[in-house]
Design a protein around this ligand. Sequence first.
Ligand SMILES: [Zn+2]
Length: 124
Amino acid sequence: MSSGEQYNVMPTHLEHYLGFPGVAVMLSCPSCESKHTVKNGRIHNGKQNYRCRDCGRQFVQDPQNKLIDQATKDLIDKLILERLSLAGIARVTGVSELWLQRYVNAKYVTVPRRVSVSAKKRGD
Ligand SMILES: [Zn+2]
């Protein structure tokens, strides 16, 4: 007997639908962001445990540390280009300002041209 895990194999042509709002998505792996995750039983407090099929990491869905899905990130990218304030983007997309600040820092520190998204004063 091999493991009793059920692998939901997603046909490649469906993969680009995964990020769309309203479509059920599997959790993304917090390590490699792969969506090839499978349910992996429950941990001691009853929370659903998941395992990433790509890197093998096990993780638990944590509402305190909710993963931001790709559709939301795409939207955030667009809003940043529209020069909306971080506070405004956070309100529109429902992410925390702290998360957003980190996201922007992480994103724009890697590109050569600096984009000043936080230059505006709040309440402007
Ligand atoms: Zn992974």
